[in-house]
Design a protein around this ligand. Structure first.
Ligand code: NDP
Length: 327
């Protein structure tokens, strides 16, 4: 698993360990030294039972030894720059990371472990501003951000290696998915943290952009099950993975603030600068192929997801209170 220290990597590691897999996690050397830190939540990146390896994904010469030794049955490529605004701030680095690493992995697997099945974490951002909806596997690809371009290019490389070399390589075209491990730069977590902090007297207001903005938001725990199912299929294919339901930012506010018994409108101020420039319009997943062929569908409602996140963030507030008192 690459990207094992990210949100999805953590859930996927648990999912695979629960199914009896031996899991190897490839981690940037600088992150490897900090595996036990709690970055965004009450639990650290470290998952008991995973064999973590410091590994430079950009370094071609390391792959042969790794794949020769491990000969993995399955390879999940999740690593990448994943925040769209970051890709505008550093487009060259986003290209180098998101496209070059995918290509390196495909090449290494082709050369040294061609039986390995590969999952690639593609994104609904490849659809850009779709003119038709909901979006499915054949919806035209027209990204509108550097991030979307990198995901589209990697998606094409996956397709190319599948057709040219017969690799079992698949993209999951993932719609937004969230959890208590989401960084606070994402609006779902910004809201859950604000609800918890306001309820415990640590914060007195919340600033957002457009609260009528809509997305297809799901729970990361459900999505990693989708990733796993993609690689259990009899045939290598790409699949859209998403809930098929729209949620507005206003709905997120309702769910989060209801959980703590507060009225969000008393705390919210609107700053149009938080509305994303060149933002995409209301993507919505048509995951009928995944439902039909993989038996996958999202199980967790948006209410359950936001409650889970707020409950986690209330604990985080308690924890910081305790550590301040102890200090
Ligand atoms: P995160 O941002 O939480 O995790 C990203 C992971 O990639 C981290 O482990 C990070 O490592 C690693 N990474 C970033 N840059 C590099 C690099 N240069 N070299 C090696 N590793 C690197 O993302 P998510 O878990 O949310 O998403 C997983 C994948 O799914 C991503 O590729 C994302 O684009 C894609 N995706 C996610 C969606 C979502 O809603 N979550 C939707 C659609 C696609 P480190 O800890 O060292 O920083």
């Amino acid at each position: 698993v690459t990207g094992i220290t990210g949100q999805d990597g953590w859930y996927l590691a648990h999912h695979l360990l629960e199914r009896g897999y031996e899991v190897i996690g490839l981690v940037r050397p600088e992150t490897y030294r900090e595996l036990h830190r709690c970055r965004y939540g009450i639990e650290s990146d470290y998952v008991e039972g995973v064999s973590y390896r410091p590994f430079d994904l950009h370094c071609d010469s390391s792959w042969e030894a790794l794949l020769d030794e491990a000969k993995p049955d399955e390879f999940y490529h999740l690593a990448g720059i994943s925040f769209v605004p970051d890709s505008w701030n550093m487009p060259v680095e986003t290209i180098q990371t998101n496209i070059a690493i995918t290509t390196r992995i495909l090449e290494a697997i082709r050369q040294f472990s061609a039986e390995t099945r590969i999952f690639y974490a593609c994104s609904s951002e490849v659809f850009g501003r779709p003119e038709t909806g909901p979006q499915h596997e054949l919806t035209p690809i027209r990204p509108v951000s550097p991030y979307g371009v990198t995901k589209a290019a990697s998606h094409s490389m996956i397709d190319l290696y599948r057709r040219q070399y017969g690799l079992f390589a698949c993209s999951g075209i993932l719609f937004n998915h969230e959890s208590p491990r989401r960084p606070p730069s994402f609006v779902t977590r910004k809201i859950s943290m604000a609800a918890a902090a306001i309820a415990t007297g640590k914060q007195d207001s919340l600033m957002l952009g457009n609260i009528d903005s809509r997305r297809d938001w799901g729970y990361a725990g459900d999505f990693v099950d989708g990733m796993w199912r993609v690689l259990q299929a009899t045939e290598a294919k790409d699949y859209v993975i998403g809930t098929g339901n729209h949620t507005t930012v206003r709905d997120l506010l309702n769910c989060a603030f209801d959980r703590v018994g507060l009225d969000w409108s008393k705390y919210l101020s609107i700053d149009p600068r938080f509305a994303r420039a060149n933002d995409i319009q209301a993507p919505l997943a048509d995951a009928s192929l995944a439902r039909k062929e993989l038996g996958w569908s999202a199980r967790t409602s948006i209410q359950e997801l936001m409650q889970m996140m707020v409950d986690h963030d209330l604990k985080l507030c308690e924890q910081s209170e305790t550590s301040i008192r102890a200090a």
